[in-house]
Design a protein around this ligand. Structure first.
Ligand code: ATP
Ligand code: MG
Length: 400
């Protein structure tokens, strides 16, 4: 005997009223896509349940893949048997023996098929007794069991599930619209992108690059970060903006203490241009209140003035420590701490304004004509399409 199914539970999706169908279909599609590398498995939905049919494949790598798909609340290994007491007994015993940690257990039977001759409560006792007589080390604990074996007797078959493994939660990627994540190469912005995806957002990314002041490796670092993010969603289009000329112009023509504020405003203007061209409805940044000079309330107010697009800031209330923890969990941390500088760390004014004034910024900007340089930057964008997950350059390096 072996586990032949994985049961997928979805939490919040179930609440989505009329959109339910769309959410289920998207989740099924995402699971199917992620499990492509296991050609024999099938993903099925029956009566409000989603299952992966293992068809003899080792469940472990498939469970690990499912654990990282947004929209899945939890998963459990399951065995499907006929509605037959003896078969159910065998499968329940298998599920118990297969768990290496449990010392106590409980059996919970749900009889959905009322034609099944034994009632739930009687079935609980019958199966509990069967497990105790056929094992030596286990005890029953109905209040706080280490393992709850669930037996669901449905019309078409009976499903026996063992321990519940938590998933990532959230909503299936692709059920919210697209957002353009401003990806810097630092620790924060990939985490922000990840958290936006958790709410169903599909990402495109934009990176401002200032060669020769920023190296090819700095760009590769950002592509590697975006590649990591594809693991949680699907393909990501990265827009690499040639930002050198604009930055030089800013630092030459604008008062130094306002250069950072104006540079950020340029980033948002260009990002808005890309959003319009690509029908993207919002932007996402890695800003966190108070973290650095550009992330004070005053700064954000002045920087945000140039666009009406919603800006998602999933990290706004998070501490750096918590952000770092997530970046480690999602394997972007090691890439983010590679030493190559991005355009913001190179063109740093000695004392950026933490409380910039709108009138002043607008006055300074009106004295130099930026519109052509903005247009030129947008025209010069290099688009890199990253398809579904593959290894980053560093992982390839590790192979040699
Ligand atoms: P991060 O860790 O993401 O670099 P940060 O703490 O360094 O963030 P800032 O330098 O103030 O903060 O940048 C704030 C946000 O602006 C970043 O999270 C990112 O979304 C965006 N950003 C900054 N620099 C760039 C860049 N070169 N290209 C694209 N986006 C950028
Ligand atoms: Mg940064």
């Amino acid at each position: 005997m072996q586990f032949d199914h994985i049961l997928i539970r979805y939490g919040e999706i179930a609440l989505k009223g009329k959109n339910r169908k769309k959410f289920f279909l998207k989740l099924q599609e995402n699971v199917q896509q992620k499990l492509q590398t296991f050609p024999d498995v099938k993903v099925k939905r029956t009566q409000g349940r989603m299952f992966v049919l293992l068809n003899g494949q080792d469940p472990e790598p498939i469970m690990n893949t499912c654990k990282n798909i947004f929209g899945i609340q939890s998963i459990s290994l399951a065995i499907k048997v006929q509605n037959d007491v003896e078969e159910i007994k065998d499968a329940t015993l298998f599920a118990l023996k297969n768990d290496n940690h449990a010392k106590t257990f409980k059996v919970s039977v749900k009889r959905i098929d009322k034609n099944f001759p034994v009632r739930s409560q009687d079935m609980n006792q019958l199966l509990g007794g069967h497990l105790l007589t056929n094992t030596t080390d286990y005890k029953v604990n109905v209040h706080q069991p280490d393992l709850e074996i669930k037996v669901e007797i449905r019309t078409e078959a009976t499903y026996i599930t063992s321990s519940v493994v938590p998933g990532l939660g959230g909503l299936p990627v692709g059920t919210a619209d697209k957002s353009l994540v401003l990806l810097s190469g630092g620790i924060d912005s990939p985490v922000a992108g990840y958290l936006a995806m958790k709410r169903g957002v599909q990402l495109e990314a934009i990176h401002f690059h200032s060669p020769p002041f920023t190296s090819e490796r700095a760009k590769q670092k950002v592509l590697d970060l975006a590649q990591k993010l594809t693991y949680y969603g699907s393909k990501i289009k990265v827009h690499v903006v040639p930002f050198t000329k604009l930055q030089q112009h800013i630092f030459r023509e604008m008062p130094e203490e306002y250069a950072m504020t104006i540079m950020r405003r340029m980033m948002l203007r260009i990002s808005e241009g890309v959003c319009k061209n690509e029908s993207i409805l919002s932007m996402t940044t890695g800003e966190s209140l108070g973290q650095v000079a550009s992330q004070t309330m005053e700064s954000m107010n002045v920087i945000n003035e140039v666009t009406n697009y919603p800006i998602l800031r999933p990290l706004i209330a998070m501490d750096k420590e918590d952000i770092i923890k997530i970046s480690k969990d999602i394997n972007t941390y090691d890439i983010s701490i590679r030493p190559y500088e991005d355009c913001c760390t190179i063109f740093v004014p000695k004392s950026p304004k933490t409380k910039p004034k709108k009138d002043k910024v607008n006055y300074f900007e009106s004295r130099a004509d930026f519109s052509e340089l903005i247009e030129e930057a947008i025209q010069g964008i290099e688009v890199v399409e990253l398809s579904a997950y593959r290894k980053t350059s560093e992982e390839f390096d590790d192979l040699f």
